[in-house]
Design a protein around this ligand. Sequence first.
Ligand SMILES: NC(=O)c1ccc[n+]([C@@H]2O[C@H](COP(=O)([O-])OP(=O)(O)OC[C@H]3O[C@@H](n4cnc5c(N)ncnc54)[C@H](O)[C@@H]3O)[C@@H](O)[C@H]2O)c1
Ligand SMILES: O=C(O)C(=O)C[C@@H](O)[C@H](O)[C@H](O)COP(=O)(O)O
Ligand SMILES: [Zn+2]
Length: 370
Amino acid sequence: MGEDTRDETVVHVGGEPGTPGAYDVVIGRGIAGRVRDLVPESAARALLAHAAPVADLARRLADALADRGVEVHLEELPDAESAKTIEVATHLWGVLGRAGFTRTDVIVAVGGGAVTDLGGFVAATWLRGVPLVDVPTTLLGMVDAAVGGKTGINTAEGKNLVGAFHPPVGVLADLDVLATLPRADLAAGLAEVVKGGFIADPVILDRIESDPEAALDPTSDVLREIVERKIAVKARVVTEDLRESSLREILNYGHTFGHAIEQAESYRWRHGDAVAVGMVFVAELAVRTGHLDADTVARHRRVLASLGLPTRYDGASFEELLVVMGRDKKTRGATLRFVVLDGVGAPTRLVGPDVEDLRAAYEAVAGSAD
Ligand SMILES: NC(=O)c1ccc[n+]([C@@H]2O[C@H](COP(=O)([O-])OP(=O)(O)OC[C@H]3O[C@@H](n4cnc5c(N)ncnc54)[C@H](O)[C@@H]3O)[C@@H](O)[C@H]2O)c1
Ligand SMILES: O=C(O)C(=O)C[C@@H](O)[C@H](O)[C@H](O)COP(=O)(O)O
Ligand SMILES: [Zn+2]
């Protein structure tokens, strides 16, 4: 493992440092060696579960932990969403059981959001909870999935329907690992960054609008600034409301429709792409229900399109998507609930919208040009 440059920013999440559920997100460049500091001293064993494209990084992290005397078990996972299954979780529980993992041992998840969600779920459930270190290697993982403690897997009925809140003990976001990430995955990560702009931090939108190409360049200062801003938004929200009793719902902006697209398309759509369309849908819904002005909807389409993200969808029918949206975790009884905006940075809830308003928003998304 090379020398650290210690070009890093630390965002703290949770209560006082050292208290349960509190942890640091370390953001920087050339900082992979910091994994040694994030893995608890007490860990005698580490399960290092990783995505295939970052196998070299995983090996280097494993070597760094082995140098510290940790017994490391490396496991390469099926790609992307196919990692988030009960079969993969069962396989990892078997690895942990055979190796005798105890409550002081650690799981290190190295990959995109799919790997950190799955690794986090296994950490949450093994012995009812063991320490988790997240090393996100996609932009989306860094700005969203690895921060906040939501872990989970998919079932046949929908996205993330099984899971647990299980905060990591540390998150290592080394922007250098984004060098190999395809542009389409960078853009998908930026969809969640844009979400952070619309719900809480308009400066994010200003930065992207001023220079979308810089936002897509993992070596740029612009990308670093908006990554740090988005992580700060998420840290503030989950520190106040880890278990999504209220405020945390704002992080689900665009997700009710987005998750329905993902399931309807059998997870062939990237999560960030689906969320991009989901934000346009819910902005259209907000206009129809008297919350938002048309200019802000147009701004959604403009900023997303400037990053090459989709803003329209006409695959599955409205009726099909409505059924899936009914299984969204914000639904109460038969009442659908959406996060909508009263304006940029002013999220609120829309409870039980009229089905004709939902249909009109769907038609606006199905008919609009990218
Ligand atoms: N828990 C949360 O709060 C939360 C938040 C947002 C998203 N998510 C979940 O995250 C998942 C999406 O995450 P994602 O967008 O990172 O997708 P992903 O994990 O599927 O990764 C996208 C692709 O990039 C590859 N990859 C990873 N790192 C790479 C690298 N450095 N270079 C080249 N390729 C690399 C992966 O192998 C995969 O093929 C979804 O399942 C979504 O539900 C969870
Ligand atoms: O952290 C949250 O809370 C979010 O809603 C962040 C989302 O970007 C993320 O996709 C999350 O996994 C969605 O959660 P779910 O509860 O709708 O499954
Ligand atoms: Zn998301």
